[in-house]
Design a protein around this ligand. Structure first.
Ligand code: ZN
Length: 498
């Protein structure tokens, strides 16, 4: 009886997954290949699929099947599937259809207003739209319900179980120590020599180098591909079709390479999902924060390490024969880890990145909890930038209008980027314990033991554990800022002679 109901539920879920993955493929095409005039029709196609998916998934049939399976005798894995599905079902069903529609219309308008406002560097043009986005997110929180801060209901969409009560102390620990480190680095006399980076870097050679490194770290090109796009991203339609994109700068050889490593880290996670979870809600990374821990582990912890560049500097020289005369692994390592407090988050280095996130987190909390008026956002932004990073913001385009997220209606998303850094450092401690010759292997370009560890402890579980559960299971402790802060001060203390 229960097994019949379960099979029935799985069949419905498989249809929902197929609709969702088809929409993702259309979205991938939109960002990679679609001609500009295709945008209007594509928008309608995606809206139709999204409505269809919502209707199928929140149908009475799925609700009845879930209720029937509530007390059924199930295996541990089956119970996991039913619980995660019920969780998604309740989240999706909590929002009335008119609200979803209103939200999506406001998003479209806000997005177009934001493009124009940013181009003209004029916050007042975006202000009424941001007002609407904040109000809609406050209502969204009410529909979902929450304990403590309404912001918790928003965080939940990206990082299940994460709360302001847990996050604020983490970020309050990170911000002053990271600000102080950045200040000391700015005053250090040991600034890296980066003169050799000047000039043009051949795009084809950058592409070839990135493909080689992706192959080396274990990205499966039989189950994925790399393309170019304006904003790099990873998307997947199955564990056997996980695609990444990157973008090139002929002025900076690291931009595409580090982008590929970052997206490659996301992709390895999705390629490591169990095939038996295919077409179920379990078949994806458990949260954006854990996802980001994977991308940042490969990009920053591995890709910006000295052992990595001991391995790859000779290859770097082969790909760019005239560019690296007399430049050794130490010089590349120093250059790829240059610290410069800057205005733009997406260009921020490892050492300053989290400070950009702390700023956004504080502003979002204040907006959602009603302590900050939207019209005061630019001033609050600029004050925090000065306080956290020591930089003056010259205009709104390079300040509070720089990110796309708010125009997409997303609030509660930013913290997951910084959590990813924190998680990665916590995971590194356990990996170094379990794989004692990790760094020798990295220096040999042998990443299979590391990948095997990640597959076993993180990837294969999909959504079976929430992020906090997963961290406790793997690290024996909840999310913590200390490993990250000590990783940063050890690495950058040595690099900058502090
Ligand atoms: Zn990422």
């Amino acid at each position: 009886m229960a097994s019949e109901k379960l099979e029935h539920l799985k069949a419905r879920l498989a249809e929902v997954a197929d609709i969702d993955n088809s929409a993702s493929l259309l979205q991938w095409d939109m960002e990679v290949y679609m001609p500009p005039k295709g945008a209007e029709a594509r928008g309608m196609q995606l809206a139709t699929l999204s409505a269809l998916k919502h209707r199928q998934f929140t149908s009475a049939e799925v609700g009845d099947l879930l209720s029937a399976l509530d007390d059924a005798e199930l295996s541990e894995d089956e119970r996991c599937l039913v619980d995660v599905t019920r969780y998604d079902y309740e989240r999706a069903a909590a929002l009335p259809e008119e609200f979803v529609h209103e939200f999506s219309e406001a998003q479209t308008r806000a997005y177009h207003a934001w493009i124009k406002a940013r181009a003209e560097s004029s916050f007042p043009q975006f202000q009424p739209h941001l007002d609407k986005i904040v109000e809609l997110n406050q209502r969204r929180a009410e529909y979902h319900g929450y304990e403590g801060s309404p912001y918790n209901a928003l965080l939940e969409d990206y990082e299940r179980g994460m709360t302001v009560e847990r996050l604020t102390p983490l970020f309050d620990a990170v911000a002053p120590r990271q600000s102080e480190l950045v200040r000391q680095i700015g005053e250090s006399f040991a600034q890296p020599n980066a003169a050799w980076l000047k000039g043009e870097w051949d795009e084809q050679a950058q592409w070839d180098f990135s493909i080689q490194i992706l192959n080396d770290i274990g990205y499966d090109f039989e189950a994925g591909r790399q393309d170019k796009s304006v904003h790099p991203f990873t998307t997947n339609f199955d564990m056997h079709d996980v695609r990444i994109t990157t973008r090139f700068s002929t002025a900076n050889p690291f931009s595409a390479l580090m982008g590929s490593l970052h997206e490659g880290g996301h992709a390895l996670y999705e390629q490591g999902i169990r095939p038996e979870d295919r077409r179920t809600p379990l078949a994806s990374g458990t949260s954006l924060g854990i996802h980001e821990s994977q991308s940042r582990l490969w990009e920053n912890v591995i890709g910006r390490s000295l052992p990595f560049w001991k391995r790859y500097t000779p290859l770097f020289q082969q790909y760019f024969p005239d560019k690296l005369d007399g430049v050794g692994p130490e010089e590349v390592y120093a250059a790829v880890n240059r610290v410069t407090p800057s205005l733009i988050r997406v260009e921020a280095d490892e050492c300053t990145y989290n400070l950009h996130i702390v700023l956004r987190y504080r502003l979002e909390c204040d907006l959602i909890e009603g302590r900050l008026a939207v019209e005061d956002v630019p001033e609050a932004w600029n004050t925090q930038m000065k306080e956290l990073l020591g930089v003056d913001v010259p205009n709104d385009a390079e300040g509070c209008l720089q990110d796309i997220h708010w125009s997409h209606g997303a609030m509660g998303y930013f913290p997951t980027y910084a959590l990813g850094n924190l998680y990665a450092a916590q995971l590194l401690r356990v990996i170094e314990r379990d794989v004692p010759d990790l760094w020798e292997k990295v220096e040999q370009g042998a990443f299979n033991l590391l990948l095997k560890w990640l597959r076993e402890h993180i990837h294969q579980h999909g959504r079976r554990y929430t992020p906090v559960e997963l961290m406790e299971r793997v690290c024996g402790e909840p999310p913590d800022a200390e490993p990250y802060l000590s990783y940063l001060s050890t690495k950058y203390g040595a690099l900058y002679g502090l």
